[in-house]
Design a protein around this ligand. Structure first.
Ligand code: NAD
Ligand code: ZN
Length: 375
């Protein structure tokens, strides 16, 4: 094992000494069926005054759901319903922050995000941008945020992305799709109630669940791998196998996928994702394909890079009777194809994790074109 050198690769170096990243984790988490009803209790000590609301950003799929009656509204709290049809944008974050600042005299006591990766990322970004000046797009990158965020809570309603544990919020900005990566991005509180995932449509359940599976495969087969990432990645992978190939009851499956997502997210925290994410990023940027689906579309053709992972992926698709859409890239112009390849190849750390330091000699634009054309 050569972990000390590898672990330092994507981190700052101090002379010749590697400097290991001091990684923040979610400080508080509740797990359990029905735990959503404890939300009011969790928020109470965080309320700063009757004028400082808690803002609930909620996926609009719940707009007419019984869940809404269970939101612990007090004083001037506000619910904002948001569609997850499109991935979050910096201008959307700026607009939400503007609206909150306009409507309330005091800064909110807290921001609560309820939904999938889209809503969790929006909640993180809004909480950050309420205390940091300017547009969210100014903070896309690494460690550009200078002030702590407003207290923020993440409540996932679909499992797989690991956004509930990560120190990033992925946003589409005017110039790039890039996360706001900072220690302040991490949620102050996460509430994991597996019952909230009951209504997830099967196809979407698979796509978002496969995001977790692919995080494991890319982390466990990457050159950045170390014992920290491996310990979480192996656990998440075992849980994914149980969920997608085993004979669990629906309730067991919901519990286990929620924990798989958590561990998968922790695994990539101290390593990196790989080829599927790099290529899925290109699909998302040029065609607007969403993260989970994009990963699946690419991953099915990555047998040269992840042979065992891809074989197992086909078994999971078969067992779950999933059919992926076809022909997405077939009508693509050469110009768009080139753009897609360029965007994908710009994700240097992902390629380096997947193929090693000499990655540029191991991958060609032609190879990417060949894979994209199959999608
Ligand atoms: P999502 O939030 O985009 O939601 C997918 C679909 O599922 C939506 O239509 C949504 O309305 C629906 N849905 C969610 N919960 C539901 C429920 N309980 N019942 C019925 N429908 C429900 O999906 P996602 O895959 O969780 O998130 C993708 C996003 O996460 C992308 O924007 C991606 O960039 C981001 N992401 C972030 C990180 C991170 O670390 N911050 C990691 C991976 C992905
Ligand atoms: Zn992912």
């Amino acid at each position: 094992m050569n972990e000390p050198k590898e672990m330092a690769i994507n981190m700052t170096k101090n002379g010749s000494q590697p400097v290991y990243k001091n990684f923040p984790m979610v400080p508080r988490v509740v797990f359990g069926k029905g735990s959503f009803d404890q939300l009011g209790e969790l928020l109470l000590p965080k309320r700063k005054s009757t004028e400082a609301p808690v803002i609930f950003l909620i996926d609009d799929v719940f707009e007419k759901d019984a869940l809404i009656a269970r939101i612990p509204l007090l004083f001037n709290d506000k619910i904002v319903f948001i569609s997850a049809d499109e991935e979050p944008k910096t201008e959307q974050v700026d607009a939400l922050v503007g609206m909150i600042k306009n409507e309330f005299q005091e800064l909110p006591s807290g921001i609560v995000g309820i939904g999938g990766g889209t809503l969790l990322d929006l909640a993180k970004a809004v909480a950050l941008m309420l205390t940091n000046n300017g547009s969210a797009s100014n903070y896309q990158g690494w460690d550009l945020v200078s002030k702590p965020a407003i207290y923020h809570v993440g409540i996932p309603t679909i499992s797989g992305t690991g956004a509930e544990v990560s120190r990033t919020t992925v946003l589409l900005g005017p110039h790039k799709k890039l996360g706001i990566n900072s220690d302040y991005t991490i949620f102050d509180q996460v509430l994991l109630d597996p019952n909230l995932t009951i209504g997830v449509p099967k196809q979407q359940w698979f796509y978002t669940g496969m995001d977790c599976y692919i995080h494991c495969i890319e982390s466990l087969n990457g050159t950045y791998l170390n014992a920290f990432s491996q310990s979480y990645g192996e656990k998440a992978l075992d849980l994914c196998k149980e969920v997608f190939l085993g004979g669990l009851t629906p309730a067991e499956s919901r519990d286990k996928l929620m924990m798989a997502s958590w561990h998968g997210g922790m695994s990539i925290a101290y390593s990196q994702v790989g080829v599927a994410h790099a290529m899925s990023y290109g699909l998302s940027y040029v065609l607007g394909v969403k993260h989970g689906l994009g990963n699946c579309l690419v991953f099915q053709f990555l047998e040269d890079y992840y042979p065992e992972g891809v074989t197992l992926f086909y078994k999971m698709m078969e067992k779950q009777k999933i059919v992926l859409p076809k022909g997405l890239c077939q009508g693509l112009s050469e110009k768009d194809m080139d753009r897609m390849i360029t965007v994908s190849l710009s994700m240097a750390p992902l390629w380096e994790n997947a193929l090693g330091k000499e990655w540029k000699t191991k991958i060609t634009r032609e190879k990417l074109r060949e894979i994209y054309r199959k999608i």
